[in-house]
Design a protein around this ligand. Structure first.
Ligand SMILES: [Zn+2]
Length: 315
């Protein structure tokens, strides 16, 4: 009996090991879900809002990284190989790192002309579109217009609506589900937008300095003005001469806030702040920039909260 029991235990162990091996050899994600890969976390957040349980979503860039400059890793290729849909910000935001990865992935579904390539900028209101040819030698990283358009909740909604259509094309059985999720997102976003407008209302017309040109859609939405940038041009680090001019302007116009994205060195903004009596506010341009902003709505909750606090202190 003891022998039989031992054999049973052992065969159970072997069976368990076989099952584990089988599980390991299966794809990690159920094949019936749409495999969505996004360039950035903001697009991932919007895809998750709309796609729910019918999609798996992976962002290549992290929310605390500068989306213009993401270091390519071999693991990105594996992620892209398995994608059914690739969602990009577009307007050349990812030009420094994503195109070679798309080519090298060898995945025909996500090549730029394919059904599974989604350029979210096609759905958004784009600001700062250059009227003259931008000279690339100047290093301007916004040659097609401002690519930080997701920082207007209305653009987030437009992109979400575009995604709902695209998901329905690729997974026709889910179209009612995607529409219902889009409607629900719209309801929550509209309610939240009214709250943000109310909170920001006392500060309409205020002037701020920002490090990079990340915020034109955001400031337009909330009625703020960007008087100048720490970077003389998008992607170009501040020169000493530019810093001197910036300090003079801030003193002249009594500007008390410098908004800095979390991936820039705080040294220059802090020395400008010391010279002008201004505050440096690290404002998050992306979902996942810290643990308080796991989704699209909480990103605005956090940024509006930080701005309101800063304006109140700056009186
Ligand atoms: Zn930029």
């Amino acid at each position: 009996m003891a022998y039989a029991k031992d054999l049973w235990m052992r065969s159970r162990t072997i069976l368990g090991a076989c099952l584990l091996a089988l599980a390991a050899s299966l794809p990690a994600r159920p094949a019936d879900k749409l495999n969505v890969v996004t360039a950035t976390t903001d697009l991932a957040a919007l895809a998750t809002e709309v796609g729910g349980d019918r999609v798996t979503v992976t962002s290549i860039a992290k929310g605390y990284q500068d989306p213009h400059f993401v270091e390519a890793k071999p693991s990105f290729l594996l992620t892209l190989k398995k994608a059914d849909l690739l969602v990009v910000v577009g307007l050349e935001l990812e030009i420094g790192w994503l195109p070679p990865l798309i080519t090298q992935s060898g995945n025909p579904r996500i090549q730029p002309a394919a059904q599974g390539y989604f350029d979210a900028s096609q759905f958004a209101e784009i600001l700062e579109i250059p009227t003259a040819q931008v000279n690339r030698a100047m290093g301007d990283v916004h040659p097609m217009g401002n690519p930080h358009y997701w920082l207007d909740p209305q653009n987030g909604l437009r992109v979400a609506a575009g995604l709902a259509k695209k998901f329905s094309q690729l997974d026709a059985g889910g179209s009612a589900y995607f529409q219902q999720r889009l409607d629900d997102f719209k309801r929550r976003l509209t309610a939240a937008s009214q709250r943000w407008d109310e909170q920001m209302k006392p500060f309409r017309g205020r002037k701020v300095i920002t490090y990079h040109r990340s915020w034109p859609n955001f400031v337009k939405r909330f009625g703020l003005q960007v008087a100048e940038y720490v970077e003389p041009r998008p992607g170009i680090p501040p020169s000493p001469a530019h810093v001197v001019e910036l300090i003079a302007l801030m003193k002249r116009e009594n500007i008390k806030l410098i908004l800095v994205e979390p991936y820039f060195d705080l040294k220059t903004p802090q020395s400008v702040a010391r010279a002008t009596g201004a505050q440096v506010v690290v404002l998050l341009p992306s979902v996942g920039g810290d643990k308080n902003v796991p989704d699209y709505i909480s990103l605005f909750d956090q940024d509006v909260k930080l701005l309101v606090q800063a304006f109140q202190q700056a009186k």
